[in-house]
Design a protein around this ligand. Sequence first.
Ligand SMILES: C[S@@+](CC[C@H](N)C(=O)[O-])C[C@H]1O[C@@H](n2cnc3c(N)ncnc32)[C@H](O)[C@@H]1O
Length: 431
Amino acid sequence: MITGTSLVALLHALATDHADRALNVIVSEPDLDEDLRRAMYVAVSDNLEPADQARAIGDALRDADSDPSLTNECYRLAFYASDAWAQLATNPLYAHFVANRAARVLDKWVHYFPVYTRHLERFRERVVNVLEIGVYRGGGLELLSSYLGPQANLVGLDIDEDAVRAVRGRFPVLLGDQADPDVLRKINNDYGPFDVIIDDGGHTMEQQIVTVETLFPLLNDDGVFIVEDTHTSYWSEFGGGLHVPGSFVEWTKPRVDDLHSRHHVGIDRRSIWATDVDGIHWYDSVVVLDKKRRFRPFNEISGTASYLGAARFSETLVIEMLATRDQALHERDALRQQVSELQRNEDDVAKVERLSTQWATQEELRLARAELSSARQLMAELGGQLSSREEELISTRNDLFGSWEQIRLIRRTSSWRLTKPLRAVRRLLSR
Ligand SMILES: C[S@@+](CC[C@H](N)C(=O)[O-])C[C@H]1O[C@@H](n2cnc3c(N)ncnc32)[C@H](O)[C@@H]1O
């Protein structure tokens, strides 16, 4: 294996464009496995750009299962020697991280910064309750505070008293174990409910799963739950491993089925994972859950031609008919009320008769309007079948203004004929 000192010398040679010196380090390193030596030699000889050389050496070390810290150094050089750094140049969290050299210790995977800005941007300069689990020396709380702004209420949870001391009262930090649901509920009661929860604590499977299962249901609607360093799901010392049941990443996988619970059967559709998870985001080593009480999914159609010509025409007629009907009902009810009031006063017979006549006339009018409405509906349906809009408009106009022909038609209808005796009696009464 290559020593850390030799690797630094090798990377420095690459960074300063001295590939010959880098090759010297590779050939003269005494304890280097021969396959790895060959792979590293090829990486330096084949690649012209320092960033590509560093990345290829990092890959060779990774494939040889070397100390991850060695690979980390290679990938760091590949990042800074290429233009990859420019992608982060305008990221406010990264800017704070690199510029604030005297800040509290902060150890971050650099690719987390864009993940954080993507999901936390909407909480900036707002009153927002934030919980960070795993405080260490308070660097994360400092960073979040400067990014979110003065209205953010930040609180930490850590199992280590040194974390509480290091923060020196700048933020409240509760001492407790994140694997204990009572501790989590207490911090939620005392400082929550939270809008943002970041789990950067002990990173064991039990800790991560207990924490999300306890705190996600208590998170505010529209909140976000972020779990950091989920690569521990692949590390045996944290209880993980590829496809190992019970790892945090394995716990997240059925959440995809929960998210789609309205599109299949065989799942508890009322569980919070089916109703309140709006989105799940997997990144390298970070999982983000968006909380939102979702409305049931449904399909809608727009962009059809139904709003054109014929439909509008018939819709207008429907509105017209409804208005006519409502007016007729209103007039009828008003007259009925007056008639019944007057009928109670038996002395005013003459007035009763006069109003009864008026009521009868109105009743006739109402019946006529109802018939007219039916006729209009019929015409609207016929109008919809007419191919030319012009013909429809002429027909509509004729219809709307009424014609003697229509009245004649109405008078021929069965209901008109059936009510004929009634009208005759009323006419007699009104004389
Ligand atoms: C990676 S550090 C946190 C770094 C910090 N978030 C930052 O950005 O600077 C992990 C922290 O989690 C704490 N921790 C470990 N196990 C814990 C547990 N069971 N409950 C709460 N905190 C725990 C450790 O004491 C340590 O301070």
